[in-house]
Every structure is written in structure tokens, then in C-alpha cells.
Design a protein around this ligand. Structure first.
Ligand code: GLU
Length: 326
């Protein structure tokens, strides 16, 4: 009995040992995990990431398990991809350009392995101010309590460009708060700030939350400083926020902005990126319905403009098969 028990244990141990040795290799062959960096939960990136994962996880043969956690935003996503914590991410087109070329916040550190996958929706710089703050133009932000964005977010990156163009520093505001995207709307409603800045697709939950809880207005950004930025940098263009999307904001508002883009690194497996873009574009009508900001997306445009890093080989293979690129 004792002997038998011993050999059973030894047998079980041998099986477990074999399984432990075999499982990493088997897991690699069978199941691949990818993590996509997004943004705050009340933004659109979170929906982009969740939508992509939903389609990727439905693939029958690819066996990719995709997850898309909330993150600090564009700059945090680039840094997460660089450090290997993220496989892919959603980043603003200005951030993609700066990261790949080593300019702006990435001065002197070009991320040469950064690879573009596709461009998604447009993202205007959106300044929302409390109606009782007296803010009507960009210049009126001076001396006010302004949320310039958490470090790591795209809005912080773009606000720094605006502040530089205006000759402003953080001291130009009575408060330059650095709240995360998901915290801004309630801070505005609670009168802890006068205005919030968000580079984001429309409509989005954060602006919806703020405008329904406090009288607030979208501020036009179309003066000389903004024109100067748009003229100077190829990745900025004038854009508009349609009227009627948010309570109390019926008129279209002129501002400037970027595009949201999907990026990865050259090190990400070609087949994984191929399967990811295939999951999206083979099911494009379904993808477009996942958020109203995706409504006007056209595949041919998404793969050919607004990208400054080279296309990832896996994405390029699929786009070539579709005849969208040479
Ligand atoms: N553009 C923002 C950023 O880069 C995120 C917007 C969103 O989450 O939709 O941080």
C-alpha cells in the first residue's frame, strides 16, 4: 500500500513536471495574449480598445486573448509599448509623430521601432468651461483654474503645445490641475476647476457627464496662436465639434485637433497584427457600430493618412491583400 502510494505520488509528480516543462511552449503555440493600451474609461480610446478586443476574441482559429485596460492615455501608451508592458495602444497622431521622430516630449529619444497600424476617429482639442467662469475664448483661460491633463495623457501633451504658443506656463493659471480624464467632469461640476481640456472624439461620456451636471460651454479655439500651431506642425489641422451633441451646446464650435491612431512595435508578431486588423476590417460594419465616433471611418483612408511611423508588416500584408496600399 505504502509502496503503491509512493509510486502514485511519483507518477503524479512526473506528470506535473512534464506538464510544467511542456506548458510554456504549448501555451505559446496555442494561446497568445495581447494587451492594448487605451485611456480613461469615459473617453473613446477605451471603447476603441474594447471593440478591437471583442472582435479579436471572436476569431476562431487565431486563438488570441485580447484585453484593453484603461491607462493614462497616449504618452503612457507609447511608453508602455516601449517598455514591453503593452503590445499595442491607441495614441494621438501628434504623439505618434513626436515619439517616432524624437521631438516634443520625446526629444532626443526617437522610438524607431514604433509601427503604425491604422488611423481611427478625429480628436479635436476640446475645452469645456463652466458658464459662470466668464471664459469665452482661449485667452480667458489665463488666471483661471484649468485642468491641463494628467502627465501621460494626450491632452497634456497638446495643451503644452498650446501653452508654449501662448507663452504660458503652469503659473499662468490660478490652478493647473492634473486630474485624470475620468475625474475632470465631476471636478468641473463640483466647481473645483473652471475649465477642462480633453483631446477626444465626439460624442464622449466625459463631456456628456459635465454638460448634463453643470451649465458649461465648449470654447472655440481659432485665434492667431492656434493658426500658428496648425501652420507649423503637419499633424495638426483645424476641425469642428458638431453642434447639438451636448446639452446647452447647440452650435458647431471651431477648434483644432488630431486623429486617434492605433500603434504597436516592430517586435510584435506579424501574424498577431495581421489577425488583429483582419478581425476589424473583415467585420467593419460591426466595428463602426460600436461607437458613434467611428461612423464616418473609411478603411482606405484609415490606412493611408495621418500615420507617421511606418506600417507594421502584419498590417501592411492585410492592406495589400485588400488592394488598399501598393
Ligand atoms: N486623446 C486622449 C489621450 O491621448 C484620450 C482620449 C480618449 O480616451 O478617447 O490621452
Amino acid at each position: 500500500m505504502k509502496r503503491h502510494a509512493f509510486s502514485a505520488a511519483a507518477f503524479t509528480g512526473a506528470i506535473l513536471g512534464a506538464a510544467m516543462f511542456a506548458s510554456p511552449a504549448m501555451a505559446q503555440d496555442e494561446e497568445k495574449f495581447i494587451t492594448i493600451g487605451t485611456g480613461g474609461q469615459t473617453g473613446v480610446y477605451y471603447v476603441v480598445g474594447q471593440s478591437v478586443c471583442r472582435l479579436v476574441n471572436r476569431l476562431d482559429d487565431a486563438n488570441i486573448k485580447c484585453n484593453a485596460p484603461s491607462t493614462g492615455g497616449s504618452v503612457a501608451n507609447v511608453n508602455g509599448i516601449k517598455s514591453g508592458q503593452l503590445d499595442m495602444g491607441v495614441v494621438q497622431s501628434d504623439v505618434q509623430y513626436q515619439a517616432y521622430n524624437g521631438t516634443g516630449n520625446f526629444e532626443g529619444e526617437p522610438f524607431e521601432d514604433l509601427r503604425a497600424v491604422f488611423r481611427a476617429h478625429g480628436e479635436p482639442l476640446t475645452i469645456l468651461a463652466r458658464a459662470d467662469s466668464g471664459i469665452e475664448t482661449l485667452d480667458d483661460l489665463e488666471g483661471k483654474r484649468v485642468n491641463i491633463g494628467n502627465p501621460g495623457s494626450g491632452q497634456r501633451n497638446t495643451m503644452e503645445v498650446v501653452m508654449e504658443a501662448k507663452g504660458w506656463t503652469e503659473d499662468s493659471f490660478s490652478l493647473a490641475s492634473q486630474l485624470d480624464a475620468a475625474e475632470m467632469a465631476s471636478a468641473l461640476a463640483d466647481n473645483n476647476i473652471d475649465a477642462m481640456a480633453y483631446v477626444v472624439g465626439h460624442p464622449n461620456g466625459s463631456i456628456q457627464e459635465a454638460t448634463t451636471t453643470v451649465d458649461s460651454r465648449l470654447i472655440p479655439l481659432n485665434g492667431e496662436a492656434i493658426q500658428g500651431i496648425v501652420d507649423e506642425y503637419p499633424y495638426y489641422s483645424m476641425s469642428t465639434i458638431p453642434g447639438g451633441l451636448y446639452k446647452g451646446n447647440d452650435e458647431e464650435v471651431e477648434t483644432f485637433g488630431v486623429a486617434a491612431t492605433f500603434v504597436t512595435t516592430a517586435e510584435t508578431d506579424e501574424e498577431i497584427v495581421y489577425q488583429t486588423v483582419k478581425a476589424i476590417f473583415d467585420n467593419f460594419d460591426r466595428f463602426k457600430k460600436l461607437h458613434p465616433a467611428f461612423a464616418n471611418l473609411k478603411p482606405e483612408e484609415m490606412v493611408s493618412s495621418g500615420l507617421s511611423a511606418p506600417l507594421h508588416d502584419g498590417a501592411a500584408r492585410y492592406y495589400r491583400e485588400q488592394g488598399w496600399i501598393e
